[in-house]
Structure formats: C-alpha cells, structure tokens
Ligand binder design. Structure first.
Ligand SMILES: [Zn+2]
Length: 83
C-alpha cells in the first residue's frame, strides 16, 4: 500500500463527494494532486460540477463513460429545450 496517488477510477468514485466538499482533507488533497497531473480527470470533474450546478444534484449512479456521453446528449437537448 503506497500513497503514490489515486487512480482515475478512484477519482471518478470520489468526484461527487469532492464537489460537495464532503471529503476529509487528506483525501481531498489526493484528489487535487491527481487532478494536477491528469487533465482528463479535470475535464471530468468540471463536467460533473456543471451538471450538479445545473441540475442541483448528481444523477443517481456512477458516471461511467457511457453515462457521461448520455448526460452530455441529454444536456444539449435540455439546453435547446429551454431556449
Ligand atoms: Zn485521472
């Protein structure tokens, strides 16, 4: 067991707690360290954050790649529908 950093899958699992500021300081720091090194995860966190801000909550269930694609499609439809 090392403290070398989180893997992407771990960041994905922690992202909703990270955005809600529910992580303990050590875990939060490890997430932030990972984000420094991993642009795709930064993009992912921003996507989830925007979704949370827009919808008011994170949709139930883990956000797999497929779920993210579906979310983006729904998001575009949603934006159009409200225009
Ligand atoms: Zn990553």
């Amino acid at each position: 067991m090392t403290d070398a950093g989180l893997r992407c899958i771990e960041v994905v699992e922690l992202v909703s707690a990270y955005i809600d500021d529910e992580l303990d300081p050590q875990t939060r720091r490890r997430v932030e360290e990972h984000l420094e090194l991993c642009p795709p995860c930064r993009v992912y966190v921003e996507q989830v954050r925007e979704t949370v801000l827009t919808l008011g909550e994170l949709p139930a269930g883990a956000l797999s790649d497929q779920a993210v694609s579906e979310l983006e499609a729904a998001f575009r439809a949603f934006s159009r529908g409200r225009a």
